[in-house]
Design a binder for this molecule. Structure first.
Ligand code: PLP
Length: 418
């Protein structure tokens, strides 16, 4: 009976979220897809063009990926059967890890069930060590970009650091990073710097070359140096001429690079690539790898196919189509009088609206016109910077983009914007 009081507070919290117009639980249920070049989602029997997906290259409907997944499932079954170290490790998992390592120019990789699970484990293991018997000396300072993804924030939380052991540097501000490094010389054995590669709110990216320059200046001031973890879930398979993301665009590398298989690669799962010693250590210590199932063999086969295609002429052509779509969308939106919240060359294009009520109205209006869109609202972006986040795919045709901009203009006018 006493749980009723608890339920009352849960109900009030949901009501508070609903009233702030930021609720997320009213999800659209996709029943099917059309077979258009950029497939439309079917929801309640109606067709919707998709402008809110992370499937930046259109891989999730690629026939070769579907076939690879189907064939592997026929041979190997639908699930892994156990965690990797017990009996859930398949040759296809290793083939995928080797291909990911080769694609990113690293020694080795580990695949996890998601990038969220990857970040939790990579951060915890590298900062804290596996157990109290661990030989990892944990006198580590963590410095994190202020707009890092929730999975990074939670990874740092999990490491249970004291207030002075986890610092935040101003978003994409290497002077701020430099000040933190300067101020902490002599207090820590090592530093772990953590950042998103591409930030999903605005499509902006961390300039890793500038981060590296700062790190190089301070590396020798810490006995065990400075280690850089970059999560480029939105950059890989979406950004850069060959899809190598933020590292390719900024011309510098992370020490451990985290990616997802569930966005640009169109499948599911997460991974980290790094030096052999780091990967060996993580395979022994990463809890979400050791104690949680990996992706299915079918999923691994489809992901392997996606990396192989990305790393070929076909993949580079997909990226070129995406680039064409990005510049067409930007030009057309500007012509109609919209303001972009950032000058991004990534398939995330943020249209500045300014308040959560209006973003919701636009989304509802666009839904009634057959479009799926999403918004990014406070507190993810600062108050007054609420935006419609338009996400493009290489599979969109030029006509899709033109039709979208016309519908968006009419939709915005209908709710009093423009
Ligand atoms: C930067 C970043 N990291 C990690 C994740 C989590 O990816 P996954 O869906 O593979 O867990 C996301 C997805 O929202 C992301 O944007």
């Amino acid at each position: 009976m006493s749980k009723e009081k608890f339920y009352e507070s849960l109900k009030n919290e949901v009501k508070r979220i609903d009233e702030s117009k930021t609720s997320k639980r009213f999800e659209n249920l996709i029943e099917d897809f059309t077979d258009d070049p950029s497939p439309r989602a079917i929801i309640n029997g109606q067709k919707y063009a998709i402008f809110n997906s992370n499937d930046y290259l259109g891989f999730r409907h690629h026939p070769a990926l579907k076939k690879a997944e189907h064939d592997a499932t026929e041979r190997l079954g639908t699930g892994p059967g156990a965690v990797r170290f017990i009996s859930g490790s398949f040759k296809i998992h290793r083939q995928l890890e080797k291909k990911l390592a080769e694609f990113h120019g690293r020694d080795d990789a580990i695949v996890f069930s998601s990038a969220f699970a990857t970040n939790l484990a990579v951060i915890f293991s590298l900062v804290r060590g596996q157990s109290k018997d661990s030989l990892i000396n944990s006198n580590t300072l963590v410095i994190s970009d202020e707009l890092n993804h929730r999975s990074i924030i939670d990874g740092v939380r999990l490491a249970n650091l004291g207030k002075d052991e986890k610092l935040i540097f101003k978003h994409r501000d290497t002077d701020s990073l430099s000040q933190q490094l300067e101020a902490n010389i002599g207090k820590f054995d090592r530093v772990v710097v953590i950042s998103d590669g591409v930030f999903s709110m605005l499509g902006a990216y961390q300039d890793l070359k500038k981060v590296r320059e700062v790190m190089d200046r301070y590396d020798s001031k810490y006995p065990e140096g400075i280690f850089l973890i970059v999560d480029d879930c939105h950059g890989i398979a979406a950004f850069g001429k060959t899809g190598r993301g933020c590292e390719e665009v900024s011309g510098a590398k992370a020490d451990a690079l985290v990616g997802t298989l569930g966005k640009g690669f169109g499948v599911d799962g997460g991974y980290v690539v790094s030096d052999q010693v780091v990967i060996d250590y993580l395979r022994e210590s990463a809890a979400t790898y050791i104690y949680s199932n990996s992706i299915t063999p079918g999923c691994a086969a489809a992901a392997l196919k996606a990396v192989e295609i990305l790393d070929s002429d076909e993949g580079r052509k997909m990226l070129a189509n995406l680039e064409r779509n990005i510049s067409l969308l930007k030009t057309e939106l500007k012509k109609k009088g919209f303001t972009l919240a950032a000058d991004s060359s990534h398939p995330i294009q943020p249209v500045l609206i300014g308040d959560p009520g209006t973003t919701k109205k636009i989304i509802d209006e666009m839904y009634s016109r057959g479009y799926l869109l999403s918004s990014i609202n406070y507190p993810v972006v600062p108050k007054g910077r609420d935006e419609i986040r338009v996400q493009l795919s290489a599979a969109h045709t030029e006509q899709d983009i033109i039709d979208f901009v016309n519908a968006f203009t009419a939709g915005a006018k209908a709710v009093g914007v423009l």
